[in-house]
Write a protein of this length. Sequence first.
Length: 394
Amino acid sequence: MYEIQNAERLNVPAVSRAKLEYALNEALKKIDYALPVFTELFPSEASRGSVYEAQSNLTSGGWNTGFWSGILWHAYELTGEKKYRDTVLEHQLPSFLERIEKKLGVNHHDMGFLYVPSCVAAYKLTGSELGKQAALLAAEHLFSRYHPEAGFIQAWGDLDDPNAYRLIIDCLMNLPLLYWASEVTGDSRFADAAYTHYQTTRQVILRPDGSTYHTCFFDPVTHLPEKCVTHQGASNDSAWSRGQAWGIYGPLLTYLHHKDPSAMEMFRETTSYYLNHLPADFIPYWDLCFTDGDGQPKDSSAAAIALAGMLEGIRHMEDADPMKPSVSGAIACTMNSLIDGYLTKDVPQANGLLLHASYSVPHNNGVDEINIWGDYFYMEALHRMLDPQWNPYW
Ligand code: GLY
């Protein structure tokens, strides 16, 4: 099950500190270039012609404004420069609070993506009461989307819409908001719902070969799983690269809180499948069914997410674990490839970090562009590699 094919290609030394510092320096140049525009406003989810447009947190309706605040938190932690911290605290957190108080653009489950890298991080790093208040409201909202009779959190749309009675793999990344809310309030219902959602997701979404479905519908009458399909992948039976990456990192965020061995097992299965389906430069095409020569766009954001996930996963692997050298090698190969071939440093107008990301190829949305979550997880990965003791916001 966990056999890594061509494991010898992963046999490379760790990325040098000098190279990581060079990459951080390049990232900070782009962040500083973007900061004057994205102070109160936020980068759009994907760039157009390698340039993010500006969006308001209150009208965006999406799932991604938290990533820019998260990038600024990483920049603050890595440099100690107060301008990053103050931008989030003074100019961004109030809009996260207003957004959840007024329920603007939150008819979906992505409260973790929105509120963990922004508000939970603010609370953990500075004790911000505003961050805590906004994140707790967001956790309550996420909890309101939990269907106890079926044991899952509904991804999108109205809760009484039978056609929207489904979960998606991405939601594993929203669960830390609920675990955190239980820790802060002492109210176990958030963590209980999160853990049940994790168990349901694992049951329905993980295939025997370690690949994953993107989304599963449930029967609104029997509450049993009905059919699993894709939304952003190439086909119902393939593995959408970013979904697979959420399936690498996501279970570890439950493992951090529950130490359930099945979460580590899921990490191993999804990681093995992912590593066995990477092209020559270790950066996947947008679906793992494609490889070199197929003429398809890449999704560097999937690589960045998988990289950050592997950096968390390896923390929990014993030295004697036979899979550990492959994960260690995959971390080095992925980071080397991102730094060597995917940085925006030679694209002067680019106001993000990583080229060749794809939001949704089937919807022709943000294809071969920069996207803000790719940038976020790349920064997180850099941070993790520069400071292995880093304390996750998740
Ligand atoms: N969470 C949405 C996506 O990955 O596109």
